[in-house]
Ligand binder design. Structure first.
Ligand code: UD1
Ligand code: UDP
Length: 372
């Protein structure tokens, strides 16, 4: 069976690494007693800087992509259009039995659209997530991709319900979250990265960690300034590994100058370094989807710098507070998270075997239906 994996952006390398590992395990398990899975990796080139792309391939031992389309940055339409053209060529040449897409980026949309037009089945990993905010590019991508997919790999019960409300019930699987698999697998390896504390002059549980990159928070300079001012005014140390999108906007508009309090801005860090910093943070302030969940996996209080979230379990359980971007609200939430007592923390995100379930389902449903 031939599987084409489409990736392009930072979180997708992490998610896809878990499935690639499970495919390898499957192939060695069946040895010569069955048809192996041949995984072909297509990197769209949406992310290209070393520290948001290649570093993940190196650290997570992801096989080198068979194709890199080198699409790079541009407007949504141009970027998605170039990907569509490039992916279609690869699909016509390779004729896979299934195309796997991850999450909700433009690479996800282009991968699914190219495949569905060629009548190639699509598997969507992280299906059914909804923020109910259609101004987010990711929300549009998710909705379209879910409606084009044959296999919908859902991380939570909420995501299954979301699909049901949109009339999607066939091919839907509640498998848990591949990012939870990834944390379980990589945490041991991350312990080798403890020297980051020395490098950044940090003490465990005495700093906040922050990430900002969402379009709504970076293109709106008022929102961005409000977040940065809040980070500067926090009494504790704050570490901000800065996404290149945000860095470019801050630099272009000269948003940061002079005294920035205890805020330390650094380049994006590797995944293993990120896990170690998340696990040992006093609190996390973020607009990232993945980082909100990782905060929950580590039971570190999270403050979400958005007006809504797809990962509502983290909020309902009390571990995540949605504050938006008003400085006063962010600072109030920082105080609140510092004084919180123990709160319950059920496991909403599966048993750490989501990627194995994906491979099992692919084998079961596709070997018979689509094998060439
Ligand atoms: C993309 C995804 C977002 C995801 C995020 C993960 C879409 C619509 N957005 O957002 O859902 O959460 O990735 O990090 O697909 N840039 C560089 N170097 C790079 C890549 C980007 O400098 O290697 C800069 C460019 O100025 C570019 C900007 O970042 O225009 C935005 O990049 P883009 O990939 O369009 O969106 P992200 O904000 O990264
Ligand atoms: N991440 C990382 N280094 C960083 C910032 C984030 O490895 O400097 C990881 C983080 O641990 C998580 C993923 O990147 O696994 C989240 O990606 P991002 O925030 O870019 O995208 P989103 O999840 O919002 O789509």
């Amino acid at each position: 069976m031939k599987v084409i994996t489409i990736v392009g952006a930072r979180p997708q390398f992490i998610k896809a690494s878990t499935v690639s590992r499970s495919i390898e395990r499957y192939n060695s398990r069946i040895a010569n007693n069955g048809e192996p899975i041949n995984e072909i990796i297509v990197h769209t080139g949406q992310h290209y800087d070393y520290n948001i792309s290649q570093v993940f391939f190196n650290e997570l031992n992801i096989p080198k992509p068979n194709y890199n389309l080198g699409v790079g940055s541009s407007s949504h339409g141009v970027q998605t259009g170039k990907m569509l053209e490039g992916i279609e060529k690869v699909l016509l040449k390779e004729r896979p039995n299934v195309v796997l897409v991850y999450g909700d980026t433009n690479s996800t949309l282009a991968g699914a659209l190219a495949a569905v037009k060629l009548h190639i089945p699509v598997g969507h990993v992280e299906a059914g997530l909804r923020s109910f905010n259609r101004r987010m590019p990711e929300e549009i991508n998710r909705i379209l991709v879910d409606h084009m997919s044959d296999l919908l790999f859902c991380p939570t019960k909420t995501s299954i319900m979301n699909l049901k409300k949109e009339g999607i019930e066939e091919g839907v699987y509640n498998i848990g979250d591949v990012m939870y698999d990834s944390v379980l697998h990589n945490l041991k390896l991350a312990k080798k990265k403890l020297d980051i504390f020395k490098k950044l002059d940090l003490q465990p549980k005495e700093y906040f960690l922050s990430t900002i990159h969402r379009q709504e928070n970076t293109e709106d300079l008022e929102r961005l300034m409000s977040i940065i001012t809040a980070l500067v005014e926090i009494d504790d140390q704050v570490i901000l590994p800065l996404h290149p999108r945000t860095k470019k906007i801050i630099d272009k508009n000269r948003l940061i100058s002079g005294d920035i309090g205890r805020l330390k801005i650094i380049d994006p860090i590797s995944y293993l370094e990120m896990l170690i910093l998340e696990k040992n943070a006093k609190g996390i302030l973020t607009d990232s989807g993945g980082v909100q969940k990782e905060a929950y996996f580590f039971r570190v209080p999270c403050i979400t710098l958005r007006d809504e979230t797809e990962w509502i379990e983290t909020v309902e359980s009390g571990w995540n507070i949605i504050v938006g971007t008003e400085k006063k609200k962010i600072l109030e939430a920082v105080i609140k998270t510092s004084t919180r007592n123990e709160i319950p923390s059920p496991n909403f995100y599966g048993d750490g075997k989501a990627s194995e379930k994906i491979v099992e389902i692919l084998v079961k449903t596709l070997m018979s239906r689509f094998s060439s």
